[in-house]
Design a binder for this molecule. Sequence first.
Ligand SMILES: Cc1cc2nc3c(=O)[nH]c(=O)nc-3n(C[C@H](O)[C@H](O)[C@H](O)COP(=O)(O)O)c2cc1C
Length: 345
Amino acid sequence: MSLYESVLRPAAFLFDPEKVHEVAMWMIEKGFFRAPAFVDARLEQTLFGVKFPNPLGLAAGFDKNAKALDHWYKLGFGFVEAGTITYHAQPGNPRPRLFRIPADKAIVNRMGFNNDGARKVATRVAVAKPEIPLGINLGKSKITELADAAKDYQDSFRLLYKNGDYFVVNVSSPNTPGLRSLQEKQPLLDILTALREVDANKPMFVKVAPDLELSALDDVVEVAHEAKLTGLIATNTTIGRSGLTTDPEQAGGLSGAPLLARSNEVLAHLYKSCDRSMILIGVGGIMTGADVYEKIRLGAHLCQLYTGWIYGGPTMIPAATQELASLMSRDGINSIAELRGSAHR
Ligand SMILES: Cc1cc2nc3c(=O)[nH]c(=O)nc-3n(C[C@H](O)[C@H](O)[C@H](O)COP(=O)(O)O)c2cc1C
């Protein structure tokens, strides 16, 4: 057990989760934590023209306002996704809105896209030097009607598209009313068309919910091919509560260990139904390097985590990427490309 797990985490968990998040973000911004990346040429990949030093990135929601972009590489991450950013700055839902479930290594949140808005975040992103690939995750402003969603995403994209190595259309958060209906064919196509008007070539992803029926996922896959998306991110948090030993009694999206099985199921389905050129980013329930290994075996090119980092602490990423490399050695695998999708062969 690490010092973080035995001492720091129990101490931090005595305090309000969002307060701890704010203090942790401040410390990261000041460069207090360091956990040098585990370096191994077998973990490197160049995808859609971007070089990733390792396949494990920070998922959206942690650095919502792109405040610590210059620091994530110091913690061993292979890439970072900022956001979700909306066109209009917004406060999010009333507090409390972030809940730990330690017995299940899980979190429930209903943050509701609290963020500084695209204009302010764009000024930060413009001067950032992340050293690792940067994704920017976009959402719909709460005050914008669903019918006007495409323009809202487009307005954010126009402010941000020059920076960022890839963009994500987030239509899968459970905490903005109606947002997930934008995963349906026509609204999704309208959003992607609006973004392509601004820049036809920027690498573009759509992030999906784990709660979609497989038939609805197939619709997303169809749109992804039609709109020539770079890839898909699977998955966001779930409104389901299966896999829990406790009852969190809180509304919101569930993340962490209980999400692993369903997000892996969605990932495997996407791998089977997408063209091989479609980049898949697997996220949901990663707690160890073995979980990363499994997501890549199921079809992920890249992986992300949020909750696992809260439970694993600042040294977790180098440990998990090292574990991934040793599992590859065990199985005589020499690259991520060789491992990818091997569960289906
Ligand atoms: C507190 C919290 C806030 C989040 N905020 C966002 C967000 O703003 N945008 C987004 O696309 N996903 C957001 N997520 C979802 C994560 O990016 C990720 O998809 C999900 O938590 C599953 O991964 P995990 O089990 O590793 O946490 C958030 C998750 C948590 C726990």
